[in-house]
Design a protein. Structure first.
Ligand SMILES: NC(=O)c1ccc[n+]([C@@H]2O[C@H](COP(=O)([O-])OP(=O)(O)OC[C@H]3O[C@@H](n4cnc5c(N)ncnc54)[C@H](OP(=O)(O)O)[C@@H]3O)[C@@H](O)[C@H]2O)c1
Length: 256
């Protein structure tokens, strides 16, 4: 069976599901029939999304969690294992932005940035694969929501330096590629876990600074969260023998 139908009734975990891209992906997975664990700190946002999606083929399970600590990430995965069982789809999406030049960063901010944008993704991948192995889920799929900032360093004077943020996204690109290589070791046991790095250009969300939106000449030159979610579901819904390893999606004509 191919397409999203094979994931119906199965468990997905989406971090950062309280707004923007994560909220849209969580919504679209629920509409596709999945049981989606939506993770974020703002529980009331998750609860509102769950209420909005009542009556859809799947459901949203709001789980309050802070992925900026390893303990926080572990708590989320333990809750899923205790309450729902194995994970078929993991979308590591939660992140924070940073626009301060590296030399001016507060060390505590650097630590928070790296732990939220990178450590949580790597630990999430580890615990996600552990869950798949424990529950014999051989066709699991991990999507790491990345950025074009994971592929090149650029400077946008209107909003400040993106270097610290881009560093975490570059690290995520490297780790995602490496994870795919490491997962080859599970092939003899029949595991065909797919891994996708999804790299959007600018998207209209709470993360996008107003100054950036103002400097773009046409409104269409910024993506909508729905565009990114469509790309995620394209990767997920591809036939099991097709692995979309890197998917870059930018507004047509984006200057970056
Ligand atoms: N917007 C863009 O232009 C753009 C472009 C390229 C890539 N991206 C990537 O897309 C992904 C989603 O970003 P977005 O644009 O949708 O931003 P957003 O609307 O600000 O959403 C970020 C999400 O991450 C969650 N989050 C942040 N820190 C967290 C923590 N410590 N623990 C748990 N959840 C946390 C937030 O929830 P709470 O605050 O409720 O915890 C929120 O749900 C990110 O990986 C981002 O780097 C965005």
């Amino acid at each position: 069976m191919s397409g999203m139908e094979r994931f119906a009734g199965r468990v997905a975990v989406v971090t950062g599901a309280s707004s923007g891209i994560g909220a849209q992906i969580a919504e679209d997975l629920v509409r596709a029939g999945m049981v989606v664990v939506g993770v974020a700190r703002r529980l009331e946002r998750l609860q509102a999304l769950a209420a909005k999606l009542a009556g859809q083929p799947g459901r949203l399970e709001p789980v309050q969690g802070d992925v900026s600590t390893t303990e926080g990430v572990k708590r989320v995965f333990k809750w899923v294992d205790d309450n729902l069982g194995g994970i078929s789809v993991l979308v590591n999406n939660a992140a924070i932005a940073a626009f301060t030049p590296v030399q001016d960063q507060d060390p505590a901010d650097i630590e928070r940035l790296v732990s939220t944008n990178f450590t949580a993704v790597m630990v999430g991948c580890t615990l996600g694969v552990t869950s798949m192995k424990k529950h014999g889920i051989k066709d699991g799929h991990i999507i790491n929501v990345n950025s074009i900032a994971g592929h090149r360093i650029f400077s946008v004077s209107e909003i400040g330096s993106c270097v610290a943020y881009a560093s975490t996204k570059h690290a995520t690109v490297a780790m995602t590629k490496g994870l795919r290589a490491d997962l080859q070791a599970l092939k003899p046991a029949g595991y065909k876990i797919r891994v996708t790095s999804l790299s959007p250009g600018a998207v209209y969300t709470e993360m996008l600074p107003d100054a950036f939106a103002k400097m773009v000449p046409e409104k269409e030159m910024i993506l909508q969260a729905k565009d990114v979610s469509n790309a995620a579901l394209f990767a997920l819904g591809s036939p099991p023998a097709v692995e979309i390893t890197e998917l870059t999606i930018q507004p047509t004509g984006e200057f970056m």
